[in-house]
Design a protein around this ligand. Structure first.
Ligand SMILES: *[C@@H]1O[C@H](CO)[C@@H](O)[C@H](O)[C@H]1NC(C)=O
Ligand SMILES: *[C@@H]1O[C@H](CO)[C@@H](O)[C@H](O)[C@H]1NC(C)=O
Ligand SMILES: *[C@@H]1O[C@H](CO)[C@@H](O)[C@H](O)[C@H]1NC(C)=O
Ligand SMILES: *[C@@H]1O[C@H](CO)[C@@H](O)[C@H](O)[C@H]1NC(C)=O
Length: 375
């Protein structure tokens, strides 16, 4: 009989002290009460530009919209993942505006991380919305899903009633991922990469005033505008873009994300808060369901706000976001400031005639003193 050395026992202690991770399979999307809820009766909480994560390694890049990776976002209660695709020398990548500016790597790696999380969290339904301005072909994108092992988990709509299926039905079918493309969908080629705007309308995303978020559709054009709101709501699920920009250069049309105010935009009090904003849209829509996407989802208490709309009282299978690594980073100021490089790169591209759509001028930063002068 071998007795373990006391030091070895000591080494085991942290393991024993770790919290027991028990996954409650009777819950769907964090609550047993949601299993019988139709997909289109819920408010789905989303991360805007999910893949563009500010880290110490990228010096908290000003082109990042989040502080935590996709696994941590999902564990924190995010159920809609939005991001931007770009074609880079034949590779399908997640890049913000351009791969020179912010390169989050291959789409397949991000999808693989989602797949790993879904395998560990077997009763969750997750929606993926990919902005595809480069119009990368659905066949190429399907190959990325396949490489990640995620293709077999994506729901293929058989008819228009798919949105009325309950979460439990999605889970039982094994197809618990809903996937949309903003542009370039071809449902004859790949039926499960749905055309976003056949199923969704979006509110405007270029918001610079916390007091002026609107609930009216801006896209698709066929249902855009106040007078068509009723039609928009009857034919599609609404997606609220609730993140705030500040215009830092009028001539170059450069926007930065307002991360200092994110806790309010994602929270339940103050001008432009999520709770009041959703309540207003639900009132105008005459419908208490849809999607909402946010920057810096660790800020504020968006999961709690969304729980209240979904009548969830005791969420399970959800983890608190860790402390923001930026706050603990002693070299933060130095690193953070170098985020300016990103803006300067972008400005150089614009001066140089590179056409960049307004919606792509999407940046995030803190202290912008002096940047104006240099642009
Ligand atoms: C995601 O981030 C968490 C910390 O928030 C880290 O523990 C984990 O290893 C990361 N996962 C991946 C796949 O990078
Ligand atoms: C963020 O928005 C708030 C509220 O509109 C405003 O007071 C603040 O100046 C903005 N900060 C930045 C860095 O844009
Ligand atoms: C939550 O409760 C409200 C008010 O009773 C109801 O209109 C809504 O459909 C419920 N939502 C869900 C997801 O059960
Ligand atoms: C203009 O921008 C393109 C793309 O970033 C780059 O390849 C090229 O070298 C730039 N030209 C000049 C003159 O800066």
């Amino acid at each position: 009989m071998l007795f373990p050395h006391p030091l070895r026992l000591l080494a085991l202690l942290p393991l024993l002290a770790a919290p027991v991770l028990s996954y409650d399979k009777t819950a769907c999307n964090n609550s047993p009460s949601l299993c019988s809820a139709p997909y289109n009766s819920l408010l789905h909480l989303g991360a805007h530009n999910s893949a563009f994560v500010r880290t110490r390694e990228n010096k908290y890049s000003t082109a990042g919209n989040q502080y935590f990776n996709v696994s941590t976002q999902l564990s924190g209660g995010i159920r809609l993942l939005q991001s931007q695709l770009h074609s880079d020398n034949g590779a399908v990548k997640l890049c913000h505006t351009s791969c020179q500016l912010f390169d989050a790597g291959l789409l397949r790696n991000w999808l693989k991380e989602i797949k790993v999380w879904l395998d560990a969290n077997p009763s969750e339904v997750v929606t993926i919305l990919l902005v595809n301005d480069d119009k990368i072909s659905p066949n190429l994108l399907a190959a990325e899903y396949k490489a990640a092992g995620l293709d077999s988990m994506v729901m293929e709509p058989t008819d228009k009633t798919w949105q009325t299926k309950t979460l439990q039905e999605f889970i039982d079918s094994g197809k618990r991922v809903v996937s949309y493309l903003s542009t370039g969908a071809d449902t004859n080629a790949v039926p499960w990469l749905m055309n976003e705007f056949d199923h969704i309308f979006e509110t405007g995303f270029e918001n610079t005033d916390a007091a002026a978020f609107s609930c009216v559709a801006t896209r698709p054009g066929v249902v855009a505008g106040e007078d068509k709101l009723k039609e928009a709501v009857q034919t599609r699920m609404g997606l609220m873009n609730r993140f705030l920009y500040q215009e830092i250069s009028k001539s170059l049309k450069i926007y930065v994300n307002n991360d200092t105010y994110a806790a309010t935009v994602n929270g339940d009090k103050g001008v432009g808060n999520l709770k009041d904003g959703v309540e207003t849209c639900f009132g105008q829509w005459g419908k208490r369901a849809g999607y909402v996407i946010l920057d810096f989802v660790n800020e504020g208490n968006p999961a709690q706000v969304v729980d209240s709309f979904n009548n969830v009282t005791n969420p399970v299978n959800r983890q608190q976001f860790p402390k923001n690594p930026k706050d603990d980073d002693k070299e933060r100021n130095q690193n953070y400031a170098s985020g300016w490089d990103q803006v300067e790169k972008l400005a150089a591209m614009a001066r140089n005639g590179t056409k960049i759509t307004t919606g792509q001028w999407v940046f995030a930063a803190g202290d912008w003193k002096g940047v104006w002068d240099r642009l």
